[in-house]
Design a protein. Sequence first.
Length: 88
Amino acid sequence: MGEFKNRINVTINDRNYTIVGEDNPEHIRHVAHLVDDKLNELGRKSAGLDTTRKAVLTAVNIMHDYVKLEEEHERLKQEVKRLKDQGE
């Protein structure tokens, strides 16, 4: 399709990765930094975990946060709809 893709080099868990995406490079770096922070935080709390277990638990924690935000977003959309319907 010929869409422009950014190739951004980032470091996560002391390893270098090239992330390819259409988003702004600063956004990609920011997301990578957040993932790195989550991995490091988990590593400090559970020093005995190997890299794979840290990565899986980090993914589970991030997905948990994402699902909670989706649920809150849906709740807020319903609340906005209810308030609009009340005002009509």
